[in-house]
Design a protein around this ligand. Structure first.
Ligand code: HEC
Length: 265
């Protein structure tokens, strides 16, 4: 009886000590764990914003193949000294800085004159990008001058649609073949593209602007027949324009520079 009691007391202490040391050990590891985590965070170098002119130095962390600078860094474009900025706003040729810049609404009107409105088309080069690899295709687009969007309809299954699905940033270029410096006309668009299937209500909205009737005529189909086929086989790209920059040498001799830029507010 006495022995039993002694044994019980010993058992109790053994259990107590083991439990306590496990607990203390646990506390210890979690403290160490937390500290390691904090140390790691403090050590990890941050990729700061860099200028578009920046170069990597010998001390730069190794860059794995396939990564580009903007996978880690935000890249700021120099807003004051790049050539385009000077042509648009700086001291250039006969212009003093800040002179010869069209008001934004006038720039937009000029863009509409160049591109035409509903049921007119321009053939653009469209640039998309996937995994840092740019890709260009040729597209016909019609402009909605009020919404300031471009509509494009293209066959299902093409690479550009895959690109846009993964990266909605697009850029388009429309230009006249260069002849001489007195007849330059080119226009760059930057925007975001959205894709719509034939069943979407936006699809019909786009068809009010996009010139597709010619294609029905070319196929000797009625407009309604062709529309049905388009809805089955084509995807609409609605490109919301963010910025347009043009060079139009026909503006020479006016109160305005031949380079102008419109930006969505
Ligand atoms: C994998 C991510 C990664 C990529 C890709 C990368 N960098 Fe870096 N870069 C870093 C990190 C992280 C630092 C900070 C290093 C440090 O502080 O020790 C850094 C630092 C720099 C710096 C010094 C920044 C400063 O303090 O002014 C420059 C300049 C730079 N990078 C340029 C580039 C350029 C140019 C490219 C593309 C050719 C590039 N980096 C690609 C991660 C990257």
């Amino acid at each position: 009886m006495r022995i039993m009691k002694k044994q019980k007391i010993i058992n109790f202490f053994v259990t107590y000590i083991v439990t306590c040391s496990v607990f203390i050990g646990f506390c210890n590891t979690s403290v160490t764990f937390g500290k390691e985590k904090a140390d790691k965070a403090a050590e990890k170098p941050v990729a700061k914003e860099i200028s578009s002119q920046a170069d990597v130095s010998d001390q730069h962390p190794e860059i794995e193949e396939g990564l580009s600078c903007n996978d880690c860094h935000e890249i700021k474009l120099d807003a004051a000294t790049t050539a385009t900025q000077v042509w648009l706003y700086g001291g250039y040729l006969k212009w003093n800085a800040g002179e010869g810049i069209m008001p934004q609404d006038k720039i937009w009107q000029h863009i509409v004159t160049l591109l035409g409105g509903a049921k007119q088309k321009r053939t653009f080069v469209l640039a998309t990008a996937l995994n840092n690899k740019p890709f260009t295709t040729t597209v016909d687009a019609s402009l909605d001058p009020d919404k300031k969007v471009l509509y494009v309809y293209s066959e299902k299954g093409t690479s550009k649609l895959d690109h846009i699905k993964n990266n909605s940033s697009v850029s388009l270029n429309w230009h006249k073949e260069f002849k001489d410096f007195s007849q330059i006309l080119c226009l760059q668009v930057v925007g975001k593209a959205e894709l719509f299937e034939g069943t979407a209500k936006e699809y019909n909205e786009g068809l009010l602007t996009y010139e597709f009737e010619y294609a029905a005529a070319a196929r000797k189909m009625s407009v309604e027949q062709w529309k049905t086929m388009m809805k089955q086989n084509m995807i609409m790209q609605k490109i919301t324009i963010r910025e347009v920059t043009f060079i139009d040498s026909s503006l020479r001799g006016t109160d305005y520079r031949s380079q102008q830029r419109w930006k969505r507010q």
